[in-house]
Design a protein around this ligand. Structure first.
Ligand code: KG4
Ligand code: ZN
Length: 347
């Protein structure tokens, strides 16, 4: 059996990350190290990720990340079989920083270079954490992405649908901002929804009346703004209970929409008669307990297994990039020094 050890680099958004993953053919892969430097502090004053600041911070942190990932894994460059790097999609300056760093390392060491699609990294994570086989249904829900995919192979995905505007994490973040709650919005809105009445405010259920698996979340924030402004106009401000009710109503709309669209995606996937039907979820929003519970019950109802990677491998990280690179490399793929950074790169 062949053992492969791959270094992965990730810098497509606001996390600089490096990781080492090892896998012996036919066995579960091991994460030997996974280092993530977040940039939330650098961007917090601007209300969003500033691409130029992100790119500069990635360029500064990548070397440190790589050294730390190798040290923590207890390996040297010469112990590696390849260097995987996110080549897109993402903020182009950040992706370029990572690709340049990987090319430098590859040229200096003679190790193969493997470009990885960031979305494939997320989508393959349940194979890394749970060893599941192809095909499986994947729901990717984060601050930047929202899509349903059937994964057939390391580079073979069928997209069943996705958001036509905002990602759900973005909707959570905007909701938090509108209600004066701290960022990231997902955890604060979830926390404030406890004790809230989800039926006091009726949020829209976008696209539920339309067939298919597409989603839309931008209308929720408009609805929320209107409700908030009306309360403020009537009473001069929001009480703690108003906030809780708004958070609960907003979250219920997201939960219900995701549950119903997952039911539809699952039906399309089940039509292919998968031997062991599995639904996997990944991305930061997968941390939400109400969303997880709703997806789990849809899976139970349809006879599919549900799996979600641990939180630190759901959010952006380089272990998923190293692992996706390892799968590509095992399948015989690698890239040359002409590897380009791609801002857009659908699966
Ligand atoms: O995957 P991620 O770390 O980064 C990318 O967007 O790529 O996801 C971050 C998003 C943020 O929008 C955050 O608000 C959301 O995930 N999030 C949550 C929860 N925890 C994080 N959304 C809902 N509920 C949560 N508990
Ligand atoms: Zn991501």
């Amino acid at each position: 059996a062949q053992t492969l050890t791959i270094l992965g680099l990730e810098s497509s958004c606001d996390d600089t990350a490096a990781a080492v993953v090892r896998q012996t053919d036919g066995e579960m892969a091991q994460v030997l190290s996974s280092v993530v430097y977040g940039q939330t502090d650098l961007h917090s004053a601007f209300g969003g990720v500033v691409p130029e600041i992100a790119a500069r911070a990635h360029a500064e942190k990548l070397d440190i990340c790589v050294r730390q990932a190798l040290d923590e894994a207890g390996v040297r460059l010469s112990d590696l079989d390849g260097i995987a790097v996110t080549a897109g999609p993402g903020l182009i300056g950040g992706v370029l920083s990572g690709v340049m760093c990987a090319k430098g390392l590859s040229t200096a060491s003679g190790l193969p270079l493997i470009g990885v699609n960031h979305l494939a990294g997320h989508a393959l994570t349940p194979r890394l954490t749970d060893g599941i086989g192809f095909p499986y249904l994947m729901l990717l829900v984060s601050g930047g992405h929202c899509q349903y995919l059937i994964a057939h192979g390391p580079e073979e995905f069928t997209r069943l649908g996705g958001t036509i505007d905002d990602a759900p994490g973005e909707a959570f973040d905007k909701t938090a901002r509108l209600l004066g709650l701290p960022q990231p919005g997902g955890p604060s809105v979830e926390a404030h929804s406890h004790g809230g009445d989800p039926d006091r405010f009726r949020f829209p259920r976008p696209l539920l009346d339309k067939p298919g698996c597409n989603l839309s979340f931008s209308g929720l924030k408009t609805a929320l703004m209107r409700m908030r402004d009306q309360i403020v106009a009537e009473k001069g401000g929001l009480t703690r209970q108003d906030r809780a009710d708004l958070c609960a109503g907003f979250q219920a709309a997201i939960v219900e929409t995701l549950a119903e669209k997952t039911r539809r995606a699952l039906q399309l996937y089940m039509e292919r008669n998968p031997p062991e039907p599995v639904v996997a979820v990944a991305g930061g929003v997968a941390a939400n307990a109400a969303i997880r519970a709703a997806l789990e019950s849809v899976c139970a109802e349809q006879g599919a297994r549900f799996t979600a990677p641990p939180h630190h491998l759901c959010t952006d990280n380089a272990a998923m990039i190293a692992y996706a690179g390892l799968e590509r490399f095992r399948a015989g793929a690698q890239d040359g020094t002409d590897l380009t950074a791609r801002p857009r790169w659908p699966l």
